[in-house]
Design a protein around this ligand. Sequence first.
Ligand SMILES: [Cu+2]
Length: 158
Amino acid sequence: MNRALISAAALLLLAACNSGERAPEPGAPTVTVADALCRPTPRGRQTTGCYMTLTASGPDRLISVESPEANIVQIHESRMESNMMMMQQLRDGLPLAAGQAAVLAPGGNHLMLLGVKEPLAAGDTVTLKLTFETAAPVEVTAAVAQPAASEYDQAAAH
Ligand SMILES: [Cu+2]
């Protein structure tokens, strides 16, 4: 009797684990996200940039991003215009080539948090929900820290 109860409980637990785990179907398109980082908010400002590396298993597109920590998250590109670094929203999202790491980095493509609700300081975290054209959505926890100077920064300084 006791034994039967225990194994029934074990089965229930197993079932709960399996349903909670959102393992993609074998062969289903996926996007993996690495090194997610958001810059601390500058004093008195409610905007900041987030960076990460996205690798899609098949051709895909980052369509939109949401965060409970900010009113709006936009996908931005940076480019030089009349010798000035300008940034602009990628309204059609960010295309991801199959199997190629797309690096979001300071001075290049990045995510922009607008209307950050509480100031972000080093050591905080930001939850980002990424929605793709094909792959299942991905939720990542980005660390808040100053990003290392990237090749883009150095290029911009020269
Ligand atoms: Cu931006």
